[in-house]
Design a protein around this ligand. Structure first.
Ligand code: AP5
Ligand code: MG
Ligand code: ZN
Length: 209
């Protein structure tokens, strides 16, 4: 299955993707994680993306579309994939339709005030991309990644001011994608405001896994 996870910043796309990887046996592609890794390694891609991300704006379509095409062409995507954070604009969705058949767009519905609270407790591993929450999903050892042992950090775009900008960007540019996929008969929406386990259960039911 080729699946898109839609949802506001902090709706739980990355957290659900790490569960669905196991359930579906396909890789998940997070354009945010690819960009953060590029920034960490100070590559030309990272240098051009950093100012947009730090301001809570979208990186230009042509940059992310090229990046996604390259990733989706890799062999591990042949039997299916989960997209976390792509597409985020109508032109990105149109470009995706030209390179792959999408089976379903699953939207995680979470109100803005719940999201603002969640972001303050998020901790991430910049080496492997794993995501934690100090209360809802803590690592076994404080501030240490369970998977690779790297030190956990607060994402630079998780400051309250930037989170508000990211939410505005989401409502203006990404939320219209729900209509785009609804018109194709591919949209499914689930409540993402309950606990992590509840969200996983809703997703399994919606996807018929
Ligand atoms: P990206 O990395 O994609 O960030 P985002 O969409 O803003 O989403 P997040 O990663 O912040 O949240 P999430 O939904 O994955 O939630 P998570 O699982 O972490 O993009 C970052 C930036 O990169 C963008 O702003 C843009 O600049 C650029 N970019 C990326 N893709 C782009 C594209 N296609 N085009 C243009 N620019 C692009 O969960 C959040 C927290 O809540 C965690 O702490 C988690 O433990 C906790 N949590 C999760 N689920 C639950 C639950 N059910 N109950 C309680 N807590 C929960
Ligand atoms: Mg994420
Ligand atoms: Zn890690």
């Amino acid at each position: 299955m080729n699946l898109i996870l839609l949802g506001a910043p902090g709706a739980g796309k990355g957290t659900l993707a790490s569960y669905l990887i196991e359930q579906m046996g396909v890789p998940s592609i997070s354009t945010g994680n690819i960009l953060r890794e590029a920034i960490k390694n100070n590559t030309p891609l990272g240098q051009s993306a950093k100012e947009y991300m730090d301001a809570g704006k979208l990186v230009p379509d042509e940059v992310v579309i090229g990046m996604l095409k390259e990733r989706i062409a890799k062999r591990d995507c042949k039997s299916g994939f989960i997209l976390d954070g792509f597409p985020r604009t109508i032109p990105q969705a149109e470009a995706l339709d030209e390179i792959a058949h999408i089976d379903c767009a699953l939207s995680l519905e979470v109100a803005d005030d719940v999201i603002e609270k969640r972001m303050t407790g998020r901790r991430v591993c910049l080496r492997c991309g794993a995501t934690y929450h100090v209360e809802a999903n803590p690592p076994r050892v404080k501030d240490v990644c369970d998977i690779c042992g790297d030190k956990l950090v607060i994402r630079s775009d998780d400051q309250a001011e930037v989170v508000r900008h990211r939410l505005e960007t989401y409502h203006e540019q990404t939320e219209p994608l729900k209509g785009y996929y609804e018109a194709q008969g591919k949209l499914k929406s689930i409540d993402g405001a309950q606990g992590i386990t509840a969200t996983e259960k809703f997703a399994v039911e919606a996807l018929g896994l």
